[in-house]
Design a protein around this ligand. Structure first.
Ligand code: HAM
Length: 422
């Protein structure tokens, strides 16, 4: 036997059982996005590397050390997408979707980051994201947050996630804050953790995100970004808070919440759970009013967020909120060669008549007992059995597997009978 080839570390398969849970969760996400008037956009999983370095920022962890980047056969430098926003903006510009018009879009799919894998953190993971272009008021910020709150409500997670909210102000306010933060940090330079010492000059706001205890103590006395806000930023944040209060969405203000991607301004938020250990952020997002222009478009306000699907499923599992749904409703069995052929023709007619019902045709023959245990194994609710008598009578024997009860049903009544019993 040859040696087995294994999957890449941090990249997972989804096998039946798991995939049915994902399907249910994604159905809720897609339905909810639809109920908020969003349309789907699909973009490639590979883009030019320059798109991500320009959009996400050269000195972010994602661009500095986490991208899967390679030269293709034409010598172009490409990367697997580490997130969905940059590609979405690129597509909107290229396809003329945001020229003098607003857009509300959703997407889902795999993203790739070369992080250290652990529970809830993978190298291929999946996001469900939404992005809105062309609206600058706090009403759309509240709408985006209401979308995520609606998801938690539908998935029965409301009591298990908390909303952390912050404002990053305008680029000018942040630049002034940055100077004052750096001046403050310089006084404690040697006491800061290694990462923070490095970030202090390249991306000082990220120091606020440090998990190091001593750095945390030092930061307690650091100047606050909010002290640098002007009236517009304040009005935007207050407007959003008022709407969230009105919507009954509770939140905590976390003035250390800065997010790991550089494109944000004003509103930023994360939904965090305590049930998943250190990888507890299930959704993150915010406003990025400068990004469209930065990528070559007209100035266009924008806001969005993305849910991490692995974390969402892990959370649902941890709280016992998911049920595996059996893949089969009806097992179709037969005895003998002619009935086997008839069963195959019959099930195909039924599939067309009842597209929502999941039928499995038992293949390969064998005794009825073996076919019935096949039906039990896949957790089917009904078994249709065709033998010579049923074929001659244009009927089928239907067994209700939970009770063992069975009866002969004429073919003309079969569809109605099945519908009633599953
Ligand atoms: P992000 O915070 O980098 O934001 O990622 C969003 C979510 O993706 C996280 O909250 C987390 O649930 C999940 N996630 C991130 N990295 C991993 C990983 N290595 N393994 C598993 N899950 C992960 C963005 O990507 C922005 N594009 C969100 C956004 C959209 N902002 C505006 N619009």
């Amino acid at each position: 036997m040859s040696a087995k080839i294994t999957a890449i570390r941090g990249m997972n398969d989804l096998v039946p059982g798991q995939s049915s849970v994902w399907e249910q969760v994604e159905k809720t996400l897609v339905e909810t996005a639809g109920s908020f008037g969003f349309s789907e956009i699909r973009t490639p999983v590979i883009e030019k590397t320059s798109l991500f370095s320009r959009a996400i920022g050269e000195v972010t962890d994602v661009v500095e050390k986490e991208m899967y980047t390679f030269e293709d056969r034409d010598g172009d430098l490409l990367s697997l997408r580490p997130e969905g926003t940059a590609g979405c903006v690129r597509a909107c510009l290229e396809d003329g979707l945001i020229h003098n018009q607003e857009q509300r879009l959703w997407y889902r799919g795999p993203m790739f980051r070369h992080e250290r894998p652990q529970k809830g953190r993978y190298r291929q993971f999946h996001q469900f994201g939404i992005e809105v272009f062309g609206l600058s008021g706090p009403d759309i910020d509240a709408e985006i947050i209401a979308f995520s709150a609606m998801l938690w409500k539908k998935l029965k997670l409301t009591d298990h996630v908390r909303l952390e909210l912050n404002s990053l102000g305008s680029p000018e306010e942040r630049a002034r804050y940055r100077d004052s933060l750096v001046a403050f940090l310089e006084k404690y330079r040697s006491e800061l953790d290694e990462d923070s010492q490095r970030r202090m000059y390249t991306n000082p706001l990220r120091v606020l995100d440090s998990k190091d205890a001593r750095t945390g103590e030092i930061l307690a006395d650091a100047p606050a970004l909010a002290e640098f806000f002007g009236t517009e930023t304040r009005a935007h944040f207050d407007g959003l808070r008022e709407l969230l209060d009105g919507l009954g969405i509770s939140y905590v203000i976390n003035d250390r919440l800065v997010r790991g991607l550089d494109y944000y301004n004003l509103t930023v938020f994360e939904w965090v759970t305590a049930a998943l250990g250190s990888q507890g952020t299930v959704c993150g997002g915010g406003r990025y009013d400068g990004l469209v222009e930065q990528l070559g478009g007209q100035p266009t306000p924008a806001i969005g967020c993305a849910v991490g699907l692995e974390r969402l499923v892990l959370l649902l599992e941890a709280l016992n909120l998911v049920q595996e749904t059996p893949a089969v409703d009806v097992m179709v069995c037969s005895m003998g060669e002619q009935p086997a052929r008839e069963a195959q023709y019959l099930v195909n007619r039924l599939r067309f008549e009842l597209p929502e019902v999941r039928f499995m045709l038992h293949c390969g023959g064998g005794k009825v007992k073996k076919q019935m245990s096949h039906a039990d194994r896949v957790n089917a609710r009904l078994a249709l059995i065709l033998g010579d008598t049923e074929v001659a009578g244009h009927s089928a024997t239907v067994k209700i597997l939970s009770s063992g009860e069975q009866q002969t049903v004429p073919e003309s009544d079969l569809a109605a009978f099945i519908k009633q019993h599953i």
